[in-house]
Design a protein around this ligand. Structure first.
Ligand code: ZN
Ligand code: ZN
Length: 252
């Protein structure tokens, strides 16, 4: 089985990522993805986009392929790759408050919410868990990004039970498994997260958190860890295009 969606990716607009949207689309086509999600960082990210970035997605074509003669990436109504435009909103408080208002969230295709050090002050395990749970209880938030950072410890048993209740999906972030990641204890925390998801039959989604096009659709570290843990593929949403409907606001 091959992953056909990557819904956690960044572009130049993040202020600390290095590829254009077109370069990401090109990479997604090369990797054989069917769905690419641009989940740009919310507006409180240093150097990140202004609110207006998220209100202008209407100008972006959504279906792409390569032009037959030239191999150039073009918008094409019957193309093989669909682009989803969303946000990786910052969780700002234990109330699960996000840095993007509802009027923006309701117009985009999907939203992840994540804890980042520049927008959230780490509290107790209980407080960090509460912040995360309240964020994905927001009806626009379908995915909790990288719930694996030891700087913001979480109660996985409670997190997974609440996610199941809210029909939210927890991310297995491929970048957190990179030893150079700023996040702490990624491998140990993702291992605990996956074991807890197995206990409750809770689905996960893999995201690359790509900050340069070469990472798009590359899930090697996440897939390796899941193999080691014998995590059931049926609980990984990336392999079946039908699962996209569980994650987005629009009909494709
Ligand atoms: Zn993030
Ligand atoms: Zn990210």
């Amino acid at each position: 089985m091959k992953a056909i969606m990557d819904l956690h990716t960044h572009t130049l607009a993040a202020g600390h990522a290095y590829s254009t949207l077109l370069e990401n689309i090109d990479a997604a086509l090369a990797m054989g993805l069917q769905y690419l999600g641009m989940s740009e960082h919310g507006p409180t990210s240093p150097g990140g986009p202004h609110n207006f970035f998220f209100s202008n997605y209407k100008v972006i074509p959504r279906i792409y392929d390569r032009e037959e003669n030239t191999g150039r990436v073009i918008p094409k109504p019957d193309g093989s790759l669909r682009l989803l435009c969303g946000v990786e909103a910052n969780i700002c408080s234990t109330n699960g408050e996000l840095d993007l208002e509802e009027r923006y969230l309701q117009k985009m295709d999907y939203a992840l919410a994540s804890i980042h050090p520049f927008a959230f002050t780490a509290g107790s395990r209980k407080e960090n868990t509460l912040a995360s749970v309240r964020a994905f209880q927001n009806p626009y938030v379908k995915i909790l990004g990288h719930p694996d950072d030891g700087r913001f410890p979480l109660d996985y048993d409670e997190l997974v039970r609440e996610a199941r209740q809210a029909q939210a999906v927890l991310e297995v972030n491929n970048s957190s498994l990179n030893p150079q990641s700023a996040r702490q204890g990624g491998r140990e925390n993702i291992t605990e997260l996956l074991k807890t998801c197995m206990k409750y039959d809770q689905p996960v989604i893999m995201g690359t958190d790509s900050h340069m096009c070469f990472a798009i659709g590359v899930f090697d570290d996440a897939e390796q860890l899941m193999r080691e843990l014998e995590f059931p593929k049926e609980l990984v949403l990336n392999y079946d295009p039908e699962n996209i409907r569980k994650l987005i606001n629009i009909t494709l």
